[in-house]
Design a protein around this ligand. Structure first.
Ligand code: SAM
Length: 246
């Protein structure tokens, strides 16, 4: 199964679990890029489309792109007015300088080459337009990583960019001038074991095994509260201005 197929298989679970965590980082990005009503905005790696909805509510003219057909179906269903296309950080299906603003939440780490992905994002921003990236902070700030570790997956390869100053370094490598950066906490409230398992596995598509359900529930014991679980996590975000003379 390709990566896009794995995300497609996970899409409906993602939409009702971890896909709901984009709101706080999304709000931070909207503020950090000083979004103005009517601006043309692209969300790269838009997934099931929650941030597209938020951008529409902020009165942007919205476009989204994702390689996963299953994610795109959901994104189009909840954002019928948006221009949603298949593609990704490797090659964005728009001409140079199409957008006022480009954003990505929890997606740039899947580019393979994050610097190359950021350059491709900058290409489709008009000269002097803005770019905003939000991603998980480093592992020690995220309770969800404790649970994911129980699945025994491969280590994250984007740790350098998840630490304080990481996104700022990434921006500098693509000639993007920093406007603002920060960190937001994102609590994941989970009502029951079934939602916990579906949510964790939706963020690790393709990692299901016969032992994974029990391992997830066992690893989440420290986060039990009266009405389920609360996992405290953090996202780092950065906003910057693209070169005026690219
Ligand atoms: C963790 S989900 C995040 C989705 C959405 N941004 C959100 O916050 O809910 C990662 C998304 O990135 C997409 N993706 C994977 N590889 C990508 C690439 N090379 N370029 C753009 N998006 C990619 C996946 O299909 C998936 O929808």
């Amino acid at each position: 199964m390709s990566s896009a197929e794995r995300w497609s298989a996970a899409a409906s679970d993602w939409a009702v679990t971890l896909g709901r965590l984009t709101e706080r980082p999304g709000t931070a990005l909207i503020d950090a890029v000083s979004l103005v009503a009517g601006e043309h905005v692209l969300d790269i790696g838009c997934g099931s489309g929650a941030f597209l909805r938020q951008l529409t509510r902020a009165e942007a003219k919205v476009a989204g792109v994702d390689p996963s057909a299953g994610m795109l179906d959901l994104a189009r269903r909840v954002n019928p007015e948006a221009d949603v296309r298949q593609g990704g950080f490797g090659l964005l299906p728009w001409p140079d300088a199409t957008f006022d603003v480009v954003v990505a939440v929890n997606a740039l780490q899947f580019a393979g080459n994050m610097v190359g992905g950021l350059h491709e994002a900058v290409r489709v921003v008009r000269p002097g337009g803005r770019i905003g990236i939000a991603n998980w902070a480093e592992a020690r700030h995220n309770d969800i990583e404790v649970v994911e570790a129980a699945l025994g997956g491969v280590a994250d390869t984007d740790e350098d960019y998840r630490c304080e100053g990481g996104l700022e370094r990434l921006f500098a490598s693509a000639g993007v001038t920093l406007i603002d950066a920060g960190v937001v906490t994102v609590d994941w409230h989970v009502p029951d074991d079934e939602s916990l398992i579906r949510g964790v596995l939706s963020g690790q598509p393709g990692s299901r095994s016969t032992r994974s359900d029990a391992a997830i529930v066992r690893a989440a014991r420290p986060f039990i509260v009266a009405d389920g679980y609360v996992l405290r996590n953090a996202f780092r975000f950065a906003a910057g201005r693209c070169p005026v003379d690219p």
